[in-house]
Design a protein around this ligand. Structure first.
Ligand SMILES: Cc1ncc(C[n+]2csc(CCOP(=O)(O)OP(=O)(O)O)c2C)c(N)n1
Length: 489
């Protein structure tokens, strides 16, 4: 990283987004990392897109560096990207394989067998160097050599040790993703600082300013659709024609296809703008690589709901989870069990019985005014809201769904009837395709039931679970507000 950032890469330190800067792709988020791909295996695909743009569209001098890990290279998408980069001769792209032998759970298949990585990279048509990842001079040399190579992307296979220099941490398993105790971290920082030999302020080289000005805002069709009512045309063809039309509007409209241009009709675009058509072949993972939010699954319920016969469990506590596992083992078809990261309180006795499609009513009394439906983590928020509202003499019924598909429609409807038709759903999921929509669909034929849904509406940031629940509107506090609003209306 230091060789790259302070010796090799050219960029304006004060302007991380300057288009002339060299690009840096890494799985971790820092201000000068152009793309952070915590969902491993996407980085190289994104870097390929940047390098392709730099070489063929911008025709600029900036270069693209992608720091990858050895564990990550188990992902098939990495090798799709490797094939893409060499096919398109992306000589402005350098991928650095940080081969530290370890993944999250332990040693990786190829461990420190550097030659395995070397041969794989060479087989994919890459100019490949093997270095000791701590040898500054060797790194400087291979990065310089890489800059001289034409028509081939470069792979730098660097042998490294995780936690190098830190006593009893170097090359040891089970440190991945584990916070270091403060005293230990302080000692290690001191140790590292004691090894710094110069306090010279290192300045990166400035970039060559030759990237074009690009405007991709306000891309409009130049004329309205040219179809008459009664015309017959396949929409896939209309889509292909529309893309070609959009190509007139802005020369930064490009099309990527995965060896299907005659089926998708993107061949129409290809004929008109061959230089803006990118054939990605049958490597769709690489084709769609994009910056993703690291491992926050907020669309999974929607995805699994669409699969025929798939059962979706979202157990709330350890007891219901164990039942979910046993029920899944005996269920026909695919099952998806959604579990929760933080520790949650056990709320069911060992004697409680669970069935697929049977929800649990956790709070109820004759004076209930609203039914609050949750699953998993949001059940605790609903219970906390119920406790708080109780102090204000407002009674709510709380339902734990247990399975989201199939949904316990009978319990939902009878609870809604008992609470004057009022339902609030609350879920740690995007609104689209989640619990709220499932419940709405289930009660849609009943004009006397109204559903208000609390769900995560934006792409979230990282944070503490309780902070995130509150920030994205699905905490007890938000449930209380929603209950009161519903009662006012
Ligand atoms: C696609 C994907 N699967 C699983 C994870 C969870 N995960 C985070 S880090 C990691 C292992 C990291 O090992 P490696 O890729 O070698 O990186 P490094 O040792 O350099 O940290 C895993 C499995 C992830 N981030 N992305």
């Amino acid at each position: 990283m230091s060789v790259l950032l302070f010796y090799v890469m050219k960029y304006k330190q004060s302007e991380p987004e300057n288009p002339d800067n060299d690009r840096f792709v890494l799985a971790k988020r820092l201000s000068f990392v152009d793309v952070a791909t915590g969902w491993l295996g996407q980085g190289l695909g994104v870097a390929c897109g940047m390098a392709y743009t730099g070489k063929y569209f911008d025709r600029a001098s900036y270069r693209v560096f992608c720091l990858m890990s050895d564990g990550e290279s188990s992902e098939g998408s990495v090798w799709e990207a490797m094939a893409f980069a060499s096919y398109y001769s992306l000589d402005n792209l350098v991928a650095i394989f940080d081969v530290n032998r370890l993944g999250h759970s332990g040693a990786l298949p190829a461990e420190h067998c550097i030659d395995i990585y070397q041969r794989r990279c060479e087989a994919f048509g890459w100019n490949t160097y093997v270095v000791d990842g701590r040898d500054v001079e060797a790194l400087c040399q291979v990065f310089w050599q890489a800059s001289q190579v034409k028509h081939k992307p470069t792979a730098v296979v660097a042998k490294t040790f995780k936690g190098r220099g830190a006593p009893s941490i170097e090359d040891a398993e089970s440190w991945h993703g584990k916070p270091m105790p403060t005293e230990r971290a302080d000692a290690i920082i001191k140790l590292i600082e004691s090894q710094i030999e110069t306090n010279r302020n290192l300045e990166p080289q400035l970039p060559i300013e030759d990237s074009p000005e690009v405007n991709i805002t306000d891309v409009r069709m130049t004329s309205p659709p040219d179809y008459r009512v009664g015309d017959k045309i396949a929409t896939r063809k209309a889509c292909g024609l529309a893309l070609a039309k959009l190509g007139h509007a802005n020369n930064r409209v490009i099309v990527l296809d995965g060896d299907t241009k005659y089926s998708t009709f993107s061949e129409i675009f290809n004929k008109e703008y061959p230089e803006r058509f990118i054939e990605c072949f049958m490597a769709e993972q690489n084709m769609v690589s994009e910056d993703g939010v690291s491992q926050m699954a907020l669309e999974d319920i929607a995805m699994f709901r669409t699969i025929p016969k798939c059962t979706i469990f979202y157990p709330t506590d350890a007891v219901s989870t164990e039942h979910a596992v046993a029920l899944a083992a005996n269920a026909k078809g695919m099952c998806f069990i959604r579990t929760t990261r933080p520790e949650t309180m056990v709320i069911y006795t060992p004697q409680e019985r669970f069935e697929i499609g049977q929800a649990k009513v956790l709070r109820h009394c004759v004076s209930d005014k609203v039914t609050v439906i949750g699953a998993g983590i949001t059940v605790y928020e609903a219970l906390a809201a119920a406790d708080e509202l109780l102090k204000q003499d407002i009674f709510i019924r709380v339902i734990d769904l247990f399975t989201i598909k199939p949904l316990d429609v009978a319990t939902i409807i009878s609870s809604a009837k008992a609470t004057e038709g009022r339902i609030i759903t609350v879920e740690d999921h995007y609104p689209q395709g989640g619990i709220g929509e499932a419940v709405c669909a289930a009660v849609s034929m009943d004009p006397d039931i109204q559903v208000h849904s609390l769900a995560v509406s934006g792409v979230p940031q990282s944070g503490k679970p309780e902070e995130l629940l509150d920030m994205y509107g699905i905490s007890a506090r938000h449930i209380i507000v929603a209950v009161k609003c519903m009662l006012l209306n």
